[in-house]
Write a new protein. Structure first.
Length: 221
């Protein structure tokens, strides 16, 4: 129930921060840290389960303790200046009716933005979580190196897509990345159906990690 609660808050803070010149690139980098986080999770699980031979449930306890420690940092995060200005000018009556959020232009952004975000998570979560198992099943030698390269490449391209958004617009950046994700996915399926082309698995998996950046800047627009 508590997963990603802080994510939404961090998106709003980046979007509303006074210096918004580089919010697209900053937001893309923050989204790219999702990839690094998945890598750190896998590494932590390896240390706890394989190296220390502890019960896998200990992993959740360790991550829970780290999350509790991070509460200390929350006190250092400044409130949005836009929010404070609105709060102070409303004489304490700063509640917004739910219906107003789903009217006009905001409604369209909410609907289409939600669909894009849903599609992105249906793409990246299976990609990040199942790629190691898929490579292992395909007998790819030292597949974990491919995963490491892919995750760092994802962080770089998430940041890059946010950078490009600052200089163009959302559609000009999102459509090429989304199209690349679809094309690379289809090629990945085809080369696995053709045994003689499986040596390309590693390449196209890394390309999938990179092209998954089609939504990284969306929350910050």
């Amino acid at each position: 129930m508590g997963v990603n609660g802080e994510n939404g808050i961090s998106y709003a803070l980046v979007s509303e921060f006074e210096n918004t010149m580089h919010r697209g690139m900053t937001g893309g980098f923050m989204q790219g840290l999702y990839a690094i986080g998945s890598l750190l999770g896998a590494f932590s699980a390896y240390i706890i389960i394989e190296v220390l031979s502890l019960n896998f449930r200990i992993f959740f306890i360790v991550i829970g303790v780290i999350s509790i420690i991070s509460l200390i940092l929350y006190n250092k995060i400044p409130e949005s200046s836009i929010w404070l200005k609105y709060k102070n000018s409303s004489n304490g009556n700063y509640k917004i009716e739910i219906g107003k959020i789903f009217t006009g232009r905001v409604r369209n952004i909410t609907i289409f933005g939600s669909l894009i975000s849903l599609g992105s998570f249906l793409f990246i979560i299976p990609l990040f979580s199942l790629a190691p198992t898929e490579l292992e099943n395909l007998n790819v030698y030292n597949y974990y190196f491919i995963i490491i390269i892919g995750t760092f490449a994802a962080t770089i391209f998430y940041t890059f897509s946010g950078y490009m958004y600052e200089r163009k617009n959302a559609k000009d950046v999102m459509y090429p990345f989304a199209a690349a994700s679809l094309i690379f996915s289809l090629i990945f399926i085809l080369i696995n159906a053709h045994g003689g082309l499986r040596f390309l698995n590693e390449l196209f998996l890394i390309l999938l990690f990179m092209s998954s950046a089609f939504f990284s800047f969306l929350e910050y627009g």
